[in-house]
Design a protein around this ligand. Structure first.
Ligand code: NAD
Length: 262
């Protein structure tokens, strides 16, 4: 499924239990529990990277069609590179917050039983020490040739002009733009099929296919033969709130530390 722009209306087939995060007990993880965590722009907000939602659907004053779509790239590649150069310069200066650090700690405890999938293109999970992050929408600090088979490569250069590959084609940011296929969807589907606990942190629930993951988890039972637990953490209910068992309201930096006990 290709990445769709944020347009979906609120769905409301059932009511999740919604309350300030302090009203909930920590999620007690059993020794074999598999946890799927999906993070969105909200987890990086307290580190100084603005979300789409806070900017009324703009991304740092730009329409996403202009800077995050194949059409925008073909219309004005220099603008697209100026935009990602600014995002790189901004992200280099940002540091992980307690939510990123808590998930890195959880990985040290759970190992491969934690599957961390992020919609974010920043590298704050890695900076916090997380070893196996799945970046379904790509990575800001990587580039790739739009034509030849050269592998994506680490690249923090804030280009002022559109760079070229040795083959002559344009180098593009290693980002999944709207209308393109997210990365690692097979691995993501396997992890969705296997998880006992599914948690989304800081995502509006408006960008698909990520917004549909919770529905896929609810449609099956967990490895224990029980329904998987589905939680949302963020300051407000997301558009897909009706799919979650609980919405724990709060900022990620406050609500994620202490979210789990093992
Ligand atoms: P979104 O901007 O649509 O929604 C952000 C969500 O975060 C909102 O629901 C908001 O309530 C919540 N939020 C705000 N502050 C928070 C906090 N302190 N703690 C927890 N939650 C908080 O973001 P999205 O759903 O991730 O979708 C946006 C798309 O834009 C993604 O595809 C992503 O790739 C891209 N994007 C990435 C970054 C990044 O890499 N940091 C930043 C902006 C946009």
């Amino acid at each position: 499924m290709r990445m769709a722009p944020p347009t979906s209306p609120r769905s409301s087939t059932r009511s999740p239990r919604t309350a300030p995060f302090a009203a909930f007990a920590p999620v007690a993880l059993t020794p074999r529990a598999r946890v799927f965590v999906l993070t969105g722009a909200g987890i990086s907000a307290e580190s100084g990277i603005r979300t789409f939602r806070d900017a009324n659907g703009l991304w740092e004053q730009h329409r996403f069609e202009d800077v995050a779509s194949p059409e925008g790239w073909n219309a004005d590649a220099a603008l697209v590179w100026r935009f990602y150069a600014e995002r790189r310069a901004q992200a280099v200066a940002c540091q992980p917050n307690p939510a990123h650090r808590e998930l890195a700690d959880l990985e040290r405890t759970l190992g491969a039983r934690l599957f961390l999938c992020t919609q974010n293109v920043d590298d704050l999970h890695e900076k916090a020490g997380h070893g196996r992050v799945v970046h379904m929408h790509g990575e800001l600090m990587k580039s790739r040739c739009e034509s030849c088979s050269r592998a994506p490569f680490d690249d923090v250069e804030p280009y002022a002009a559109v760079p070229r590959c040795e083959c002559g084609a344009r180098i593009r940011p290693h980002i999944v733009w709207f209308g393109e296929e997210p990365f690692a969807m097979d691995r993501i589907q396997q992890a969705l099929d296997a998880c006992d606990v599914f948690v989304t942190i800081g995502s509006s629930g408006a960008v698909y296919p990520a917004a549909g993951f919770v529905r896929a988890v609810r449609a099956r039972v967990s490895g224990d033969g029980k329904p998987a637990t589905t939680l949302y953490v963020g300051p407000e209910e997301p558009d897909n709130a009706a799919m979650f068992d609980e919405c724990r309201l709060g900022l990620a930096g406050d609500a994620v530390p202490g979210l789990f006990t093992t």
